[in-house]
Design a protein around this ligand. Sequence first.
Ligand SMILES: Nc1ncnc2c1ncn2[C@@H]1O[C@H](COP(=O)(O)OP(=O)(O)OP(=O)(O)O)[C@@H](O)[C@H]1O
Ligand SMILES: [Mg+2]
Length: 258
Amino acid sequence: MSDVLLAISNLHKTFDTANGPVQALYNVDLQVKEGEFITVIGPSGCGKSTLLRIVAGLDNGYSGEVTLEGARIGGPGIDKGFIFQEHRLFPWLTVEKNIASDLPLRNKEIRCKVDELIELVKLSGFEKAYPRELSGGMAQRVAIARALLRSPKILLLDEPFGALDAFTRAHMQQVLLDVWRTNQTTMVFVTHDIDEAVFLGERVVILEPRPGKIRKIVPVDLPYPRRKASVSFQEIRLKVMNYFEKVEELELTDGAGI
Ligand SMILES: Nc1ncnc2c1ncn2[C@@H]1O[C@H](COP(=O)(O)OP(=O)(O)OP(=O)(O)O)[C@@H](O)[C@H]1O
Ligand SMILES: [Mg+2]
């Protein structure tokens, strides 16, 4: 595939701990096309964050090949945006200054881009607000805008809506899809939530634990906007759930042996 942006092949990651080595990722192969929206789902401890951190360039101690546009990922950089579960905004900076971070807002081009992003994440009117004045969803929208400011090639999201209530979460999913449609940024989105994974992703990657590896990749052949109540959505959801339950069974069986 010529339009592959992220290529992961034969990826293995082991952590050395006081209790011996922990194999966090085992033989992971995944190719993500430019502009694709991938969701990654799996039980706690199956290596989702480890995978994302490696792609972000935050962890170099792995074996295998991980490349972005054909070049080995050697460290963090502006070509890779990262969104965490908690927003990690600077409490002493306003919304617009958080988005601009270390870039000068008095620069016309940056001012313009920040304003565009504020509109894109639906925060117009809150430019001068401080993080303490924002709801959790609003703060997370600031974090998304901040990550997009430098036009990353890929946005990596580690359970970004995990701490939000169901209504805010549904709204944020919509906002993120709007951002994706407008900017066409490639997305790799980690979640615990099957509905969220199927609602957002063009493909859902299901990981299984101990050692963390890909169990199945389920394509979601549904046009956007998707309706969670539709029969076709529920069919795919059940398919994913079926694999997911097998993963959990596997985990319980493993646990029973301890
Ligand atoms: N820095 C570390 N040192 C040692 N072990 C680690 C470290 N980071 C992760 N691990 C181990 O690697 C495995 C995968 O962890 P990871 O955080 O990637 O899982 P996860 O799928 O993101 O889980 P969760 O859904 O709870 O966030 C776990 O067994 C974890 O204990
Ligand atoms: Mg995690």
